[in-house]
Every structure is written in C-alpha cells, then in structure tokens.
Design a protein around this ligand. Structure first.
Ligand code: 13P
Length: 251
C-alpha cells in the first residue's frame, strides 16, 4: 500500500545548531506516525548533524540536489554516492529554484535523476509551470515536458522509485496555493503521462506530491484529493510545530 510522502525542504536556511534542534524537535513531535512517510532535506553542510538526530526515528533524510557524475574533478559539487554514504534516502532534483535561479535544464535534470537512481537513492523530481506559463495556458505542455524529459531513458522498474513533486512556481513561497482542484487536475495529467509511458500499474504506485505554500490550514484539502500523494513543504517545514500539523493532517 502506497503511503503519502511528506517532505520538508529546508532550502538555504538555518545554522548548524538550529538545524540540529529543528530535527530533534521533529523527532519528538512525530514519533509514532506510521500512516505517512516523513523526510527532511536540510542544506548539504547540515546533513550529517541532522542524520545523527533522526537516526532510529521514522524520519528519513533527503538532500536538495546533487551532481550527475561520480567521483572526479568537479570542484564544489556533491555526488549521489556521497549522499548515500551519509545516510540520505531521497534527493530533490530539478527544484524550480534550480531550474529558474541556477538555470538547470531538462537534460541535466534527467542525468541527475539517472545518477541518483543508479547510486541507490530515490529522486524527488520537481515539475511545474511559472505564472507566465499558466497565464499563457501552457501548463499542460510545460509539465508534460518536465515529466517526459526528466524520466527519459528510465525503465519501469526504476521509475517505481521516483517521486514526482508538482510545484507550480507561482505558488512557491508566495502564500498563493493552487486550489486542491487545480493541483489535482495537474496531478491527473502527470499520472496519465506515467501510465502511457510505464503502464497503469506503475503509474498508480508512483507518489505525486504537491508543493507550493502548503500550510497547516490548507494541507487537509489538498491531501483529500485522489491524485495527491503527499506534500513537499518549504517555509512551513522550518517550524517543527507547523510541520507536525502538516504531517498529522488527518488528525
Ligand atoms: P513553500 O512551501 O515555502 O512555498 O516552498 C515550496 C517548495 O519549494 C518546496 O520544495
């Protein structure tokens, strides 16, 4: 049975002491939660300290990015194998901030997804349209391209280990959330693409998270949608109490 995945993307926030404390607080608040899979994705330099805090808990560790090659002369980069070595299970790939601030394109994102999988980790592939793209009514082709290009050359077996995060760029950090119906429509589109490419059984197994201003007061409506299998949470994952309320959305 597929459990929803609720992951906190801490982005470029916190110092070492506060990252450690946030993780420790979450371990206490979220102990015993079983219906939902939980992950936190701190900055690279805090991964190890957070790994120590969440050891033996029900919280998994994720990173926010990685490079697409293995060991070598790639100054400043971090490999998927290094992340696996310090206990990461998930890696966010193709986040909109990487696409739009750092200029990452579909091809690079696909290489990263492939490398994450071949090094035994689970990618969270982010897709989603900008405000301009939504207003021009091209959400469907943009999301289709992100999904298709992001999963290029993967087998159905590999795709089973991928989570897709639909994050409309206009809803990230803006306080504007897609309505549950708007999000569900795009999730249904993504599910359809997955079914066409990898078969309906695989498509049904893959988790599609929603991300973009998910808060304690809107999570329930989003999670009630049939196509929404979790949330990728930015700002609200920086406060242990808010993240707890999001994870316990059914309470
Ligand atoms: P916010 O929840 O702050 O809008 O961020 C969403 C996000 O980008 C998660 O990856």
């Amino acid at each position: 049975m597929k459990r929803p995945l609720i992951a906190g993307n801490w982005k470029m926030n916190k110092d070492l002491a506060s990252a450690r404390k946030l993780a420790a607080d979450m371990v206490g608040l979220l102990a015993g939660v079983e219906q939902v899979e939980i992950a936190v994705c701190p900055a690279f330099v805090h991964l190890q300290a957070v790994a120590e805090q969440i050891k033996d808990s029900n919280i998994a560790l994720g990173a926010q990015d990685c490079y697409w090659q293995g060991d070598g002369a790639f100054t400043g980069e971090i490999s998927a194998a290094m992340l696996a070595d310090i206990g990461c299970e998930y890696v966010i790939i193709g986040h909109s901030e990487r696409r739009h601030v750092m200029g990452e394109g579909d091809e690079l994102i696909n290489w990263k997804v492939c490398k994450v999988l071949s090094d035994g980790l689970r990618p969270i592939l982010c897709v989603g349209e900008t405000l301009d793209e939504r207003e021009r009514d091209i959400t469907e082709p943009v999301v289709t391209r992100h999904v298709t290009a992001g999963l290029l050359n993967l087998s159905a077996e590999e795709v089973r280990r991928v989570t897709i995060a639909y994050e409309p760029v206009w809803a990230i950090g803006t306080g504007k959330t897609a309505t549950p119906e708007q999000a569900n429509d795009v999730h249904a589109l993504i599910r359809g693409i997955l079914a066409e490419k990898f078969g309906s059984d695989v498509a049904a197994e893959i988790r599609i998270q929603y991300g973009g201003s998910v808060k304690p007061d809107n999570v329930k409506g989003l999670m009630a949608q049939p196509q929404i299998d979790g949330a990728l949470v930015g700002g609200a994952s920086l406060k242990a109490n808010d993240f707890e309320k999001i994870v316990k959305y059914h309470a």
